[in-house]
Design a protein around this ligand. Sequence first.
Ligand code: ZN
Length: 395
Amino acid sequence: MFSFNILKKDKETKARIGILRTPHGIIHTPNIAIVATKGSIRGLSFDKANRFGAEIFMINTFHFFHNNRYEIVKKFGGLHKFLNINYPLMTDSGGFQIFSLGFGMEHGVGKVADIFPEESNIKNLPISKGRNLVKVYEEGVEFISPYNGRKIFLSPELSIKIQKALRADIIFAFDECTSPLSSYEYTKEAMQRTHRWATRCLDEFGKPENQVMFGIVQGGEYEDLRKESAKYINSLNFFGYGIGGSLGKSKKDIIKVLNWTIPLLDENKPRHLLGIGEVDDIFNSIEQGIDLFDCVIPTRWARHGAAFSYKGRLNLKSSKYLNDKRPIDPKCKCNICKKYSKAYISHLLKEKEIFGIILLTEHNIFWILNLFKEIRQAIKENKFLDLKKRILKYW
Ligand SMILES: [Zn+2]
């Protein structure tokens, strides 16, 4: 029911195109899972996203765990039935929230889901800034719910039990995602714990027919740890690999981390880069051999009034667009760009009209999915580096 086949490798880089088959459909790689955190894409239906070319969606386990909502989903027979959709789904493990509610909050590094702080944020940062809502034990992780202050405990076994109840096609092993500000010693300790958790996850998972699991490589920005983690996770019986955790203190570090990690992973298995999705990162990661991404950027940017375009990121809240009769991106073939002006969308955003966010979400998701189509086509025609050069001129 599940398989992954590589169809073609780029001649100049480690980029490749492949087909990932799941019981709910196939995913052409490289591809991006559109994030539907709590079971919705925030402004767009799953069907519409699918018509734009979305082939897989990512839903966050933590948001169905802290409120015990997974028990209701279980009664439905899983997320596909609860959401009434028939597309491939993946769930993360909840491990990311160890970072976002833990060190992420304490160090003031981003918020939920900003794995990857900009350099400017890091430099002036006091080491302990806020509250840390997480305690990590060998057995699992204690969270203080950010929603109601209640203590909740998530172990590798419980994460897998919940993910089995949610029944996404692809699930992830429970890992500890460390902060870019974690020390070498702490990153090592957390990585070794993640390895022990990985075997506990596999034991709990068993061999279900309707799901496969990806293991997660940790090790932060440290070469020896990344290599040790890649070798160890590769030695276990996972269907694919996620590359998680801190990818360093600057965008350039991501390439180094992938360069250390990917050559040590079985090349016939899919590789997913967790939580990364800016345009330059997408090209640089595919160049290193990444097959799958998931990222909240297309929807989050829309809520903040920012649009993807072939001329780079546009901030449509800027007053200069109020007199601009042209579409967001003249090259984009989405219905929003066919129909509406920047002026109208800018006006809606300035007036905080929900419809403005909906229009921008539709454009951003269409645009990013189309970029992946172009990337796959370019790899097919051995023109990946040409496309990268052309697109990154503005990014
Ligand atoms: Zn568009």
